[in-house]
Design a protein around this ligand. Structure first.
Ligand code: HEC
Ligand code: HEC
Length: 478
């Protein structure tokens, strides 16, 4: 009797206190949306009090995201969408800008950028935590902020605290807006901008840097992924936490800020990223076709992309991905160029005790796990291939131009080919001409680092269209 009682207590406790992975995911999402690393005047900041002055942005009535910036209700209509969503590529959540905070500090209001500005994204009209933002345009944000902040900084009588934050944010926007290193297309982020931190910190001069423009990677499964290596090329050692802070380290330009944030970062990696689940495909899946696709996957894709097993409750079991040499995958090389002096700069920097690189003899790209792959378009590290279908046909037949405008909105999702529609009718006239003249919303594969070459293997030559469609159907189940 006593035993039975204890048993029931144990059962009860288990049911009450053990959270399902779905619950842990929801908790992680809430934490992530409210997360920023601003502390002691340091972080990814814009000039103090600027949001208040601009009056475009005002404090909103409290709701589920009390610390996020809200555009002034008077301009809520199409203007804020034009500025924040179309021009800068931020995602809006409950009329607020996801990833832009307003933090009080020493009597000032500081505009602070959070990781979610880049690391939460929209697909088929829904926002998902840990999905890369498909439309963020760091160059455009930096270029506009530079003009406004320069004027803002000229007002006399500023305090020492103001100047400290203002100067750091001027450096942040000036480098982000430097045309030599900046991203050329919205939705891509240039690693070159981050690299400048290491040169500056080590005191090594630099001039030409490979832009290394990449799409923002997904974060579910990262805890296992980092065992192979951090970032698309896997060449950054993930055995210690640290590289995850790259954008923040560059923005604050403060190794002290980095060291002060390490504990929190470790927590975020383990308990926030570690609990993220991939988004489930929101439309119908043809199960029969998907089973055929699974067989084709096992035969052709498994050797590089590996297993996608589920636990007893049906949740993904994450495991580490493989690194595939560039010789084999042959996608765009720009991301893998190690600029002259970069490794030297890493080693001479003041954070080299924490941030280490792996020196592979055979460089390449990680063949990522394909959980939630339906949402991760456009595909490859540089986002050069709009759909899953195009990834399985010969590179010469892949689209040369496609539009990134509203890439995450429902009307841009292509259920048949799995990914991004190429453009909408109003964009179509003169598209190639606009692309050639540098339009930032158009992805043009002839720009540097934008090539859609590679990831075309022998077996794909003999694949039938039916087989491609079956593989796409299977991928929707992941
Ligand atoms: C400006 C956009 C931007 C911001 C802001 C940003 N990141 Fe990233 N993040 C990126 C890009 C781009 C990469 C991929 C770089 C590469 O692989 O070359 C990346 C990579 C990562 C990775 C590695 C993923 C992988 O698959 O290896 C982690 C983890 C990460 N970021 C965490 C963070 C955290 C934590 C923050 C906030 C402190 C943050 N990021 C802020 C753009 C951003
Ligand atoms: C020889 C190894 C190899 C084979 C075989 C292979 N892949 Fe890949 N795959 C890679 C690598 C490496 C990458 C990353 C390349 C890059 O980002 O530049 C990749 C990237 C991808 C991506 C894009 C991921 C993202 O986040 O954008 C998808 C989707 C994909 N592969 C699907 C498949 C499918 C489906 C098959 C089988 C029909 C397949 N791959 C066969 C190595 C392989």
């Amino acid at each position: 009797m006593k035993f039975a009682f204890a048993f029931f207590i144990a059962l009860f406790t288990f049911n009450t206190f053990s959270e399902t992975r779905q619950e842990l995911h929801e908790k992680a999402k809430k934490e992530f949306y409210n997360l920023h690393f601003f502390e002691n005047g340091r972080g990814m900041t814009i000039s103090p009090d600027l949001p208040k002055f601009l009056s475009l942005l005002t404090k909103s009535p409290a709701n589920s995201h009390p610390n996020l910036m809200t555009p002034n209700q008077n301009i809520k209509g199409s203007l804020y969408k034009k500025i924040f969503q179309d021009r800068y590529g931020f995602n809006m959540i409950d009329n607020k800008i996801l990833g832009v905070f307003e933090v009080p500090y020493k009597g000032m209001k500081i505009g602070v950028l959070g990781c979610t500005a880049c690391h939460s994204g929209k697909a088929a009209g829904h926002i998902y935590p840990g999905l890369g933002n498909k439309t963020i345009d760091p160059y455009q944000v930096g270029a506009d902020a530079k003009i406004i902040q320069t004027l803002w900084g000229k007002i006399p009588g500023r305090s020492k605290d103001f100047k400290q934050i203002h100067n750091a944010s001027m450096k942040f926007v000036t480098t982000t807006a430097n045309k030599k290193y900046a991203n050329l297309t919205k939705g891509l982020v240039s690693d070159a901008v981050i690299k400048t931190f290491f040169y500056d910190d080590a005191g090594i001069p630099y001039d030409e840097l490979a832009r290394a423009q990449v799409k923002v990677p997904h974060l579910w499964g990262f805890v296992e992924k980092r065992k192979t290596g951090v970032f698309w090329g896997g060449e950054h050692d993930g055995s210690q936490t640290g590289w995850e802070f790259g954008a923040e380290l560059f923005a604050s330009h403060s190794p002290d800020h980095f060291r002060a944030s390490l504990k929190k970062l470790e927590y975020v990696v383990q308990n926030v990223f570690g609990n993220f689940l991939p988004p489930t495909y929101p439309f119908h899946v043809d199960q029969k076709r998907a089973s055929l696709g699974q067989i084709l996957y096992k035969k052709n894709c498994y050797q590089c992309h590996g297993d996608h097993q589920r636990d007893a409750e049906g949740y993904p079991i994450y495991d580490r991905p493989k690194l595939v040499s560039h010789r084999k995958v042959q996608t765009d090389f720009d991301r893998l160029i190690i600029d002259e002096g970069l490794n030297e700069a890493y080693e001479a920097s003041s954070v080299s005790d924490i941030l280490k690189v792996k020196n592979y003899r055979d460089k390449g790209y990680i063949a990522p796990k394909l959980w939630g792959i339906w949402s991760r378009f456009p595909y490859l590290h540089n986002g050069s291939v709009p759909t899953l279908y195009h990834l399985m046909i010969e590179p010469a037949k892949r689209p040369e131009v496609f539009s990134m405008h509203d890439a995450g909105e429902a009307y841009r999702y292509d259920q048949t080919y799995g990914g991004l529609t190429l453009f909408n009718s109003s964009e179509q006239p003169n598209m190639l001409k606009k692309a050639k003249s540098g339009n930032r919303s158009l992805y043009y594969t002839k720009r540097i680092g934008h090539s859609s070459q590679g990831h075309y293997f022998d077996f794909m030559k003999s694949m039938t269209n039916e087989e491609r469609m079956a593989v796409i159907e299977y991928l929707k189940t992941l």
